[in-house]
Structures are given as C-alpha cells and as structure tokens.
Write a protein that binds this ligand. Structure first.
Ligand code: ADP
Ligand code: MG
Length: 419
C-alpha cells in the first residue's frame, strides 16, 4: 500500500473554501495512486464561537482558572472539530473519509498534559480505514498517555503528528501544506525577496526551524530524518511543488550518483520578542557560588535561556520577553549589578555546509554594518551564526543578510520529481 501523509495547517482548514482547496490536494494524491492519511490542525480563529480561545474565555467565566488536565481536554477539541469538518468536506466531494482522535490513531505519549513526546504509535485502526478505501483524517497535536489521559504535543504539534505517522505507517512521504510556497530563504513576511528552496537536507531545515523559522516544528524534521521519510513543504493554495527535504542522493549524470550536500548558507531565521540580561560583578564570579545561583534560580522558575555567555566578571543571556519581569525580580536577589532590556531579536544565518568555511562571520558583520544595526551578542555552532540585534533593526538586517549571501539568486537547478 502506497501511503502519503498530508498535513494541513490552521489557515488551510480555516474556511469552507480553504478546506475545498485542501480536498483538491487530497484528491490529486489519490489520483497519483496514494492512500492519503490527512492530519489537521485546529481551524478556529479568534472570535469564532468554537475557537479554543473563545471556549477558554467562556470556561473561565465559570471559574477564573482551569486545571491543566481540563485545559488539555479543551485544546484537544480544536483538532477533533477540524477533523470532523474535513471528513464532511471530503465526503461532499465524493471522497469517503473517517475522522480519528490522536488516541484512536494509536498515538501514545508521555504522561504530561503539555509538550508531551510521542513514545510509540500503533496505527492499526488507520490501516484498517485505508484498506476499506477510505481516507483517514487524524486530529493533529494530540495523543493519549498509557493511563488514557488526553495529552497535547505543544505549539506546532500537528507537524509532529504528521512526521511520526509517516514513520509509523512507512509512508512514501509526508507533505506539510501551509500558506507559503515552501521553506523560503527567509520569512516572506519580512523579506519580500525570499524564494522557496527547492531541495534541502533534514540537517539544514532542522537548524532553520530551531533558529525560529516557524514553517515547521524542528522535532517533526528530526523524526522524519531519523525515519528516512521524505518531507515536502508545499502551499495548499497553489499546489506548487514546494520544498523537498531528503538526504537521498540524486543521479547527476548517467552512471553518476550525486551526493546531497548541505549548502554553505541555506537561509535566515529569526526569533523576536527577546530580552537580554547581563549581570556583572566587581569580583571574579568563579570564587563564589553566584554563577550556579543565577542559573539555578532561572531553572527552578522554568525559564529557558539562549545565547548564554559566562566570563569571570559577567554573565549574559537572552530570554523570551514574556519571562522578563519574573527573571528580573528573581535575579535582583543575587545582588549582582544587572543591565537588562527588552526589544531584541535573534537573527541566524543557517546552513550545515558552513562548517569549516572561512569568512562567513566577516560577511555577517559586513551586512549588519551596512544595515546600520549594532550587534549586542553572538553565538555560533558548526551550522549557524546568530546575532542579537534590536527588534527595530530586524527587517533591515534580514534584507542585508539576504543580499550579502545572495539568497534571492538563481534557484538551485534540481527539479523535484516523485519521491
Ligand atoms: P501552519 O498553520 O500551516 O502550520 P505556520 O503559521 O505555522 O502555518 O507556518 C507558516 C508561516 O511560517 C508562514 O506564513 C511564514 O510567515 C512563516 N515563516 C517563517 N519563516 C519561514 C521560512 N523560512 N519559510 C517559510 N515560511 C516561514
Ligand atoms: Mg505550523
């Protein structure tokens, strides 16, 4: 059985017209000989009577707070409603389908209500549905724990559902449908010149996603890569080929096999709404327990840090602006001198092929200088260089880097074929 997993994000299922567009993509897959397994995100938009936000507000009119268990149940409803609607759309188009919750799809997760990891999948009910020549429509973003509790997979969790089902069902590929033409060289909302990347490796996409490109959840890329299932990020609306993510070598010329390599710079990613904190001491911090105290206080509060730098007299890092006030008051207790501010964005140049290539940092600095944007902090790995800039400089910085690394240039010649 040739299985294709097709995931549709929020915008793709938001309206009846959009769901009909999604149905067209599903029909095309059937016509190409696939058994589609469709994964859907919630369709509710703020203000809709059935949207999760609306339901949450209503539930909290009864009582100001809601327990995590009931919150998870409420959140599960969003994707379930969406799956039922999608079945209706498909059936109306002459495509018989059945809706499944995460639990009915056999998705077993850790016993935590938020950000639960998928532990295993037993997709027997899905397979039975496909054998009956029906399309399986799975509610994304959810699973059940061993003791039968409903869990949620965290923001962007439907991508994870799709990738994990793709591996469990040994699908030929997983298609992630969204509102853009694929993985672009930068967020198209900020860089109009951004173009879709035709083919890239799991490595490269994973790095971009970790650095903030929100087009796909990084964990979904890891799962697909580990299971060696090709991913394709495509537009629901244009039906274009989008971006193929694979490590599989392609034939170069007759008798030759080209090895798929990572590009030096694949794209740009950014994360906004960050705060920077710098703590300084007149004395060597290594002589006291202050370094430990700082990180322990933040860990106990569940605040995650990035761009961490520790030197004898200073500790600096960034956190989400949402955690700023809490972190500020916790750290005030240490007695260290604190220099803290909100309004930062982290911009990363990514590409697994940059390891060992000299001069990438010089080009990054040159681009930021051209954009007139001061750098507040940097970090790097063998697959990325990230700079902290002021949020107000963000779009100029992205444009300058996009130009410096010629990302709007010729699309790489590879033509996408079948999987
Ligand atoms: P969905 O609801 O379909 O999951 P998301 O909003 O999660 O869609 O992701 C798609 C959005 O990701 C796009 O509209 C785009 O603004 C944003 N985005 C950020 N970086 C990139 C990138 N490098 N390539 C494509 N889209 C990106
Ligand atoms: Mg998404």
């Amino acid at each position: 059985m040739r299985i294709l997993v097709q995931k549709f994000g929020g915008t793709s299922v938001a309206t009846a017209e959009n769901r009909r567009q999604a149905a067209t993509r599903i029909r095309e897959a059937r016509e190409r000989g696939y058994h589609p397994v469709v994964v859907v995100s919630a369709m509710g938009r703020q203000g809709d009577p059935y949207a999760t936000d609306t339901l949450l507000v209503r539930a909290c009119e009864e009582r100001a707070a809601i327990d995590r268990r009931e919150m998870a149940l409420l959140l599960n409803c969003g994707e379930i409603i969406s799956a039922v609607f999608m079945v209706q759309t498909l059936a109306a188009a002459g495509l018989p389908a059945m809706a499944f919750t995460g639990g009915q799809s056999g998705i077993l997760t850790e016993a935590r209500y938020e950000d639960a990891r998928i532990l295993a999948i037993n997709p027997e009910r899905i397979i039975k549905c496909l054998k009956e020549e029906k399309i399986a429509v799975v509610a994304g973003f959810q699973g059940v724990s061993r003791d039968g509790e409903f869990t949620t997979l965290g923001r962007g969790g439907s991508d994870i559902t799709a990738a994990a089902l793709g591996v469990a069902l040994q699908a030929e590929a997983v298609e992630i449908f969204t509102d853009v033409e694929g993985v672009m060289t930068a967020d198209p909302r900020l860089v109009p010149q951004a173009r879709p990347v035709r083919v890239m490796t799991y490595n490269d996409l994973c790095e971009m996603a970790h650095q903030g490109a929100k087009v796909i959840h990084p964990r979904a890329v890891e799962i697909a890569g580990a299971g060696r299932v090709p991913l394709r990020i495509r537009s629901t609306f244009s039906g274009g080929e989008g971006t193929l993510v694979t490590d599989r070598p392609k034939s170069a010329a007759p008798g030759e096999t080209a090895i798929t390599g990572d590009r030096t710079v694949t794209g740009l990613a950014h994360t906004g709404e960050m705060a920077r904190i710098e703590l300084t001491s007149g004395e060597d911090l290594n002589r006291s327990d202050l370094v430990l105290e700082v990180f322990r206080l933040l860990a106990e509060a569940g605040i995650s840090l990035d761009m961490i730098q520790v030197s004898p007299k200073t500790i600096s890092f960034i956190i989400k602006e949402a955690h700023y006030r809490q972190a500020f008051s916790l750290l005030a207790k240490t007695g260290l001198k604190m220099d803290a501010a909100t309004g930062f964005a982290k911009v990363a140049v990514t590409g697994a092929g940059m390891r060992g290539v000299p001069g990438v940092m010089a080009r990054v600095v040159q681009a930021l200088k051209k954009a007139g944007a001061p750098i507040f902090q940097t970090t790097d790995s063998h697959t990325s260089i990230a700079c902290l800039v002021r949020e107000e400089d963000l779009s100029r910085v992205l444009l300058a880097l996009h130009e410096e690394f010629d990302l709007a240039g010729e699309a790489d010649g590879q033509k996408n074929g079948d999987y």
